[in-house]
Design a protein around this ligand. Structure first.
Ligand SMILES: *Cc1c(COP(=O)(O)O)cnc(C)c1O
Length: 225
């Protein structure tokens, strides 16, 4: 398997999906999710021009980062509170702010370090018990609370759609997230709904059609592990 060819295929698919929706492809950033992927393979991808990488475990991020310089790292997984201090100054965006306790710890550590951490609020649109994230009905109150914390900057929303055979089935999930972002932008002072992080290997084309600005793709580039 050739990860550079896969990368090219994913990029082309994003381009086509953007064109179908009448969107500019520049609005969409591909985050290559490198969990479980060896550094040597990540370097091939970076050499092919991939600049945004995502990890879902703090330890793995911290181990890989020094070995793959010159790229930006996104944190996409559930972040344990006790890992906050180690990662907050290593990432360009936290996609997965899913609870108040995490927000408070991020704020405390960010203020200590004199930085502001850009975050996306993870929303459990589908309501699956196995998924992290705040309920859509609670997102407004949660966003308002987080917006009041000086160490955090709310920059958008993230969701994970259920895994389904036909990605068309999850189109409403993405549509709902986009609608929610539009509403929060109007109703909540101090948030900037700049990013919609939605779409993974199975469904990123539908997500792009529905307005995604950050697609998080692992398997379609690196294969199954
Ligand atoms: C692993 C992971 C991805 C990538 O999933 P694929 O289906 O392999 O593309 C995206 N987002 C999160 C939060 C992940 O943990």
């Amino acid at each position: 398997m050739n990860v550079v060819e896969n990368l090219e295929r994913v990029r082309e698919a994003i381009k086509r999906a953007a064109a179908r929706a009448g969107r500019r492809v520049e609005e969409i950033q591909l985050v290559a999710v490198t969990k479980g992927v060896p550094v040597a393979v990540i370097r091939e991808l970076v050499a092919a021009g991939q600049t945004a990488l995502g990890e879902n475990r703090a330890q793995e991020l911290l181990a890989k980062q020094p070995q793959v310089p010159g790229v930006e790292w996104h944190f996409v997984g559930s972040l344990q509170t006790n890992k906050v201090r180690a990662v907050i100054d290593k990432i360009v965006l936290l996609h997965s702010l899913d609870r108040l306790g995490l927000a408070l710890e991020l704020d405390r550590r960010a203020q200590q370090q004199g930085i502001v951490v850009p975050v996306l609020i993870q929303v459990n649109v589908s309501g699956e018990a196995s998924k992290h994230g705040v309920a859509p009905e609670e997102a407004g109150a949660f966003a308002r609370r987080v917006a009041s914390l000086p160490g955090l900057a709310v920059r958008g929303l993230m969701t994970m759609a259920p895994l389904v055979r036909d990605p068309e089935e999850v189109r409403p999930v993405f549509r709902r997230l986009r609608e929610l972002a539009r509403r929060l932008q109007e109703e909540v002072a101090g948030v900037e709904m700049k990013y919609l992080s939605m779409g993974m290997s199975n469904d990123f084309e539908v997500a792009v059609e529905e307005g995604s600005t950050l697609v998080r793709v692992g398997t379609a580039i690196f294969g199954r592990k």
